[in-house]
Design a protein. Structure first.
Length: 267
């Protein structure tokens, strides 16, 4: 997603509607500074504002995400369902993160650091996850073509952003099912790095060409996820992920609500 293109589209659509920045801001219950920031390409609307912004400007949600008016009808209800799904994830993740921040603040004393180290070494922030999850298999155009099983068996760490290490074997993808292959999933909840959620596969002594693209959507309990294979096939436990995974952008939902979500081109 190109924030400059999206900003230019917002500005053009606003002017077509004969709205000032202040009037648009009042309709969305945000500041006119926020509108100015979007139109300059210096930021992007919060995920919860995409629907009301699109409605106010007579645009599609995907128009805003792409930064241009689409030439073909878009599956708007499904896209909006997906955004609502991700917004719920973001709110729940933010609530959990602030709980961790407050808990961490208590530990910010000399003895706290020692206690934190002891707890981390003892595995107090880790839990075993063993599950067998049924997921849908979707074509590049978003049509469901079958189902597959994903076996999860590993350790989930909840320290800061969090990470998972262990088996993430997608039954329809042989490379992920080998006995010595380990999946690594990282949640960068505070945006210290590139943000969002990433997955990779490793094995002792050699590189694993898994066939799975690195960006994905996955809840922290790992019970719900959506990812895309390098050939464009989508594996998702919920169809709400599909419209986002058929596009060439990744809409990060890791950021606290008072900051601005952003997007990353799919690899």
């Amino acid at each position: 997603m190109d924030k400059a293109k999206t900003g230019a589209l917002i500005a053009a659509a606003r002017k077509e509607k004969n709205l000032t920045q202040r009037e648009l801001a009042a309709a969305l219950h945000v500041s006119d500074r926020a509108i100015s920031k979007w139109e300059r390409g210096a930021g992007f609307p919060d995920i919860s504002l995409l629907e009301p912004l699109a409605d106010t400007l007579d645009l599609g949600v995907l128009d805003l995400l792409r930064g241009e008016r689409g030439t073909e009808p878009e599956p708007e209800p499904t896209v909006r369902q997906a955004l609502a799904f991700l917004a719920r994830q973001a709110k729940e993740r933010t609530r959990k993160r602030w709980s961790q921040v407050l808990a961490g603040a208590v530990l910010l004393v000399p003895t706290g650091f020692i206690l934190f180290g002891i707890l981390a070494t003892a595995g107090a922030f880790e839990r075993e996850i063993t599950a067998e999850v049924l997921a849908g298999v979707y074509s590049q155009t978003g049509q469901m073509v079958g189902e597959t099983t994903v076996v999860i068996d590993g350790t989930r760490s909840s320290v800061w952003g969090g990470s998972y290490s262990g088996k993430f074997a997608i039954d329809c993808l042989d490379a992920t099912c080998q006995g010595d292959v380990t999946a690594i999933i990282n949640w960068d909840a505070f945006g210290r790095g590139e943000g969002g959620e990433r997955i990779g596969f490793t094995a002792p002594g050699y590189h694993v060409a898994s066939g799975v693209e690195s960006w994905l959507y996955i809840t922290e309990d790992m019970g719900s996820f959506g990812l895309r294979l390098e050939d464009g096939t989508i594996i998702a436990t919920d169809e709400s992920y599909v419209p986002l995974l058929t596009a060439d952008y990744y809409y990060a939902v890791y950021l606290p609500v008072e900051t601005t979500p952003w997007s990353i081109p799919m690899e």
